[in-house]
Design a protein around this ligand. Structure first.
Ligand code: SF4
Length: 272
């Protein structure tokens, strides 16, 4: 694993996702090296070319952020959108931690997505600011072997389930990103049912999504012999199946498209 320190020009950037006003990516590239990761296609340099082997660390993010929070309007910050904010380099650099220590007292809301148990190191901060954070764990299947194939260096699903449970016990709003689902690989009831049961136990919402083809991710999957094309009728029936299991369990479940439709052009949540 090669770690390269760089200096960024901005900490907060406008987010392309409707649910966030800003994105904050303390790192570029991701040690976890997930084979379906779309972020590879948005990451330049060696971190993108050698996915999972090179990580750029934006060492000046806290300094930039201290200035930016004085002039930018508080809003929802997606942490992170093209990397995992709690991948192993965070243990040394603590840029995610420092960013939260600046953003939260300044009135920003942090929406954190990770696969890592390392987030538990920040439980103290998450507890204090539990009304200004939400935490999502990506869980693609509870099958350990499949998870290792798809997410070779990420913590195993049961470790994520443990961390999600601990965070939810802090009174923090939690959610599970169940995806990407790949037809014939991780889309069976044996894959997703334990994830929905975990959501029920932890009072977490579920966002379900299919694999969305990208050249870099397609190449990584096809190197494993996985063809990830998916037809619409499969996805229609799969979402119906998952949603009906969610209803039976009393779990709130939305597809990514349904979630995005909940925001107007001003990125306000329509139900609020
Ligand atoms: S943890 Fe997230 S950002 Fe990192 S490789 Fe996996 S999918 Fe990509």
């Amino acid at each position: 694993m090669r770690v390269i320190e760089i200096r960024a020009s901005h900490a907060l950037t406008p987010s392309g996702l409707p649910e966030y006003q800003y994105a904050l990516n303390p790192y570029l590239g991701c040690y976890h090296g997930c084979r379906y990761c779309y972020a590879r296609d948005f990451t330049g340099g060696d971190a993108g070319r050698r996915w999972g082997e090179v990580v750029y660390v934006k060492v000046n993010i806290p300094a930039l952020l201290r200035s930016e929070v004085k002039v930018l309007r508080p809003g929802i910050v997606g942490i992170s959108t093209i990397t995992d904010p709690y991948q192993p380099v965070e243990a040394k650099y603590r840029i995610t931690r420092s960013s939260l220590e600046i953003l939260l007292p300044a009135g920003f809301h942090a929406s954190i997505q990770t696969k890592s148990t390392f987030i538990l190191k920040d439980a103290d901060l998450l507890f204090v600011y539990r009304d200004r954070v939400d935490v999502g764990f990506t869980i693609t299947t509870m099958d350990r072997d499949k998870a290792r194939l798809l997410e070779p260096k990420a913590p195993p699903p049961e470790a994520r389930a443990y961390a999600l449970t601990r965070i939810s016990e802090l009174g923090v709003r939690t959610w599970i990103f169940l995806g990407p689902l790949i037809k014939g690989l991780n889309d069976s009831a044996e894959d997703y049912r334990p994830v929905l049961e975990l959501a029920k136990r932890t009072h977490s919402e579920v966002f379900v999504d299919r694999y969305r083809p990208r050249p870099g991710a397609d190449a990584m999957l096809s190197a494993l012999g996985i063809s990830a094309s998916a037809d619409r009728s499969w996805w229609r029936s799969k979402t119906q199946e998952i949603k009906s299991e969610c209803s039976a369990l009393g779990v709130i479940c939305r597809t990514a498209e349904e979630e995005w439709r909940m925001y107007d052009k001003g990125r306000r949540r329509l139900e609020l």
